[in-house]
Ligand binder design. Sequence first.
Ligand code: F6P
Length: 359
Amino acid sequence: MKRIGMLTSGGDCQALNATMRGVVKGLSNNIQDLEVYGFEEGYKGMIYGNYRLLTSKDFSGILTRGGTIIGSSRQPFKLMRVPDANGLDKVEAMKQNYYKLRLDCIVILGGNGTQKTANLLHEEGLNVIHLPKTIDNDIYGTDLTFGYQSAIDIATQCIDCIHTTASSHGRVFIVEVMGHKVGWLTLNSGIASGADIILLPEIPYDISKVCEAIDKRHTGGKKFTILAVAEGAISKEMAKMDKKERAKEMEKMLKQYPSVSYKLADDITKKTGYEVRVTVPGHTQRGGTPDAFDRVLSTKLGAYAAQLIEKEEYGYMVATVNNTIKKVKLEECAGKLKMVDPHDQTVELAKSIGISFGD
Ligand code: F6P
């Protein structure tokens, strides 16, 4: 007999359902009596005791369904130790709900912030398994997160579509790609779609270098230029600022422009005179069905998590390391960010075929 809790927290992605299905199929295939409690809307459900008993029917037919059957919400880690408006101790409340349901463990699907709270619950004595979800692929300790490859496909398709219209009109196009503070999604969708310029948070750009790259293409006879720009891309000037100064500058910029891409577009037009258009695919990158790669990855991660639960091995993230599914101790990865190394081989090889990173 096993009683497990499950929750999906933070921004959603395509393969959350596929991963939960993997866990439950793995367990129900090997354990006679299994009870799965799904907490609604992430940690919120665990704090306020909103949960429902899920049956195998709930996990049937969801391999290809995006979103999450138990909902998600953002519950910032930094507020976990802060009582809610009614003075409720959130961590204590989560522990009480865990004990009330007599859970053997809680399976937590989420990104960086979610993982920090998962580690906190582990430190508080709960049995925790974390499954790394995010389109950003920024979780330290795993080469891959589920959702990432599906998001690459969507961002790539978006830039592919821009390609045809850009060539008709001879314009400069910016496609702003998600990724929060890291550039993995932009880097790989940019390469996959043949973007000419790729701007990442990890490689601050010099606007003169960006304009030079556009000019070089135009003088070389190309009528259009496509930039894949990470939503967290920053200029060299901003990168030099300290945290406080940068935040102030960012606030000022966001009063004038909806996002970094619009500021960049304005700067390019002012410097070169070219007509620039901005496309922001936004949350479409997290939507729709998981791609084949993610379905396989999620099934493997889920099945491995089920094995850990059977063996009662807790306090781990299930990770992909060098193409192998492994367990990684939560305390070794929680609170760390996996960023693109500016000298990553992918970056270097992209540069070698003429892609500009604006540096
Ligand atoms: O972490 C996933 C992500 O999609 C980031 O790429 C993006 O910065 C953020 O979430 C958007 O968050 P929200 O859905 O809360 O607007």
